[in-house]
Design a protein around this ligand. Structure first.
Ligand code: ARG
Length: 471
């Protein structure tokens, strides 16, 4: 039986049917739709809304379809979508009684339910991938806890850090990307089924039962919201967009650090290409492509938000056009996550270059000011001024931070008409030594090896807890 044969006098043109069909993207919700129909029919049977024998026939046909798989469906675009294709299949087995399956249910609540079922799986999948990446990244960082490196602000030398502290910064943002998805999951895992077209139904359906059968945490409490809400999809895409931003930033750094000018890392050859004309070239092509592909999800987010902002309540067919962008966002994000994680984990740091950079360019100067405050009780701003002048004069003389002595500092003080500080030379030396400098930063969140070890332990515990409770 054709769905249009009641109200409409003619078939859609082939072009219009193809134009409006969602069958292609609906592949993603095939199993979810069977599950949804199964739960709904089970509920109709239990509540004696439909005849038990008919319900059983429908349920068996659905099980058969699950076995046989997507390919047995009729893909003619005139079928419109997966819901119609599945109903047609069940009808081909059960006969017209298959129509009872559609009692108290609309494709509007059905598709919203299917999307949420698939989306929650995709969220958990990508969360697991992030968790694995974090886990490996912490292990990588563990090798570099005492490896001094330079930290940048404004992409100018700022203060010494360790390679581990830098990698652990990536870990923290990835953890937030993970947690954001977790938060979204709560809003995704709610059941719209029972909203029917938009106002529920007069049949005495049992929404608690379908909620339980479909593994949702609860049901949506407004049927109009139930069929039309897609903010959960936009939210998930935003989470992925944020993840891709994190990954793109990693790529950006790898590209920068692998330049001859930085020479901070060696990229694994497996993630580089050469030039067709310049035989010496080793180009970070994978990082560059990943940096750009990460942008695609931003496009998907804008597309979806723009579609949503123009929709009056309740269901509009525009909603169908949102779904492929949701699936594509996961496809793109997983691809970028997979390659960027492998690429970063295969990077080797040039530790001697990193250490050397940390000692250059007066990156340790803040600590020289700090010991003036600590030891001589002079205000930080005055100390800042003295050290600024020390750096200025030392630079003119071609000195490095480690050449600065207490006497040098006092000469500068005299020029500035500030009393001499007479700092302990040993203290000056250790403040200006990059490794000592890093070790002194042992407040929570700091780069000292002991603090980074604590941060690593906390993350490992987090990973363990998440794995045990969610996967
Ligand atoms: N293919 C549609 C979608 O994805 C299913 C719902 C169709 N509902 C309707 N009233 N035409 O949104």
């Amino acid at each position: 039986m054709k769905i249009r044969s009641g109200r409409l006098d003619k078939e859609m043109t082939d072009e219009a049917a193809e134009f409006t069909s969602s069958l292609e993207a609906d592949k993603e919700i095939f199993y979810a739709d069977i599950k949804c129909n199964f739960a709904h029919t089970t509920m109709l049977k239990q509540e004696s809304i439909i005849d038990s024998d008919i319900a059983d026939k429908i349920l068996n046909a659905l099980l058969q379809l699950k076995e046989e798989g997507y390919s047995v469906l009729n893909f003619d675009p005139s079928v419109e979508d997966i819901h119609m294709a599945i109903e047609n299949y069940v009808t081909s087995i059960v006969g017209p009684d298959a129509g009872f399956m559609h009692t108290a249910k609309s494709r509007n609540d059905q598709v919203a339910t299917d999307i949420r079922i698939v989306l929650r799986e995709k969220i958990r999948d990508i969360q697991l991938n992030i968790l694995d990446f974090i886990d490996d990244l912490v292990d990588m960082a563990d090798n570099y806890k005492e490896s001094v490196f330079i930290g940048f602000t404004h992409l100018q030398h700022a203060q010494p850090i360790t390679i581990a502290h830098h990698l652990m910064a990536h870990v923290q943002v990835l953890k937030r990307d993970y947690e954001r998805l977790d938060d979204t999951y709560k809003r995704v895992n709610l059941n719209p089924l029972g909203s029917a077209a938009m106002t529920t139904t007069s049949f005495p359906i049992n929404r608690d039962l379908t909620t339980k059968l479909l593994g949702f945490d609860g049901y949506l409490e407004n049927s109009m919201d139930g069929v039309s809400a897609r903010d959960f999809a936009a939210e998930a895409i935003f989470d992925l967009s944020s993840l891709c931003t994190t990954l793109s930033k990693i790529c950006e750094e790898l590209i920068l650090w692998s330049t001859y000018e930085f020479s901070v890392i060696r990229m694994d050859d497996a993630y580089c290409s050469t030039s067709s004309i310049m035989p010496q070239k080793k180009n970070p092509d994978v990082a560059e492509v990943a940096r750009s592909k990460a942008t695609r999800v931003n496009g998907e987010l804008v597309t979806v938000l723009t579609m949503l902002k123009a929709l009056p309540y309740t269901y509009n067919r525009d909603l169908q056009e949102i779904t492929p962008h949701l699936w594509n966002s996961f496809y793109e994000s997983n691809a970028v996550l997979s390659i960027v994680s492998k690429m970063l984990l295969s990077v080797k740091f040039n530790e001697d270059v990193c250490l050397n950079l940390a000692g250059k360019n007066f990156a340790t100067a803040t600590d020289l000011a700090d010991i003036m405050v600590r030891e001589k009780k002079i205000p930080f701003r005055t100390a800042h001024q003295i050290v600024g002048r020390v750096v200025n004069e030392a630079t003119v003389k071609g000195m490095e931070a480690t050449d600065v002595t207490s006497e040098f500092v006092d000469n500068v003080c005299r020029e500035l008409e500030i009393h001499e500080l007479n700092l302990d030379d040993e203290l000056v030396k250790s403040a200006l030594d990059p490794l000592e400098n890093v070790k002194m930063r042992k407040v929570p969140g700091g780069p000292s090896p002991e603090m980074v070890t604590i941060a690593m332990k906390n993350i490992k515990e987090f990973i363990k807890k998440e794995r045990e409770s969610k996967f």
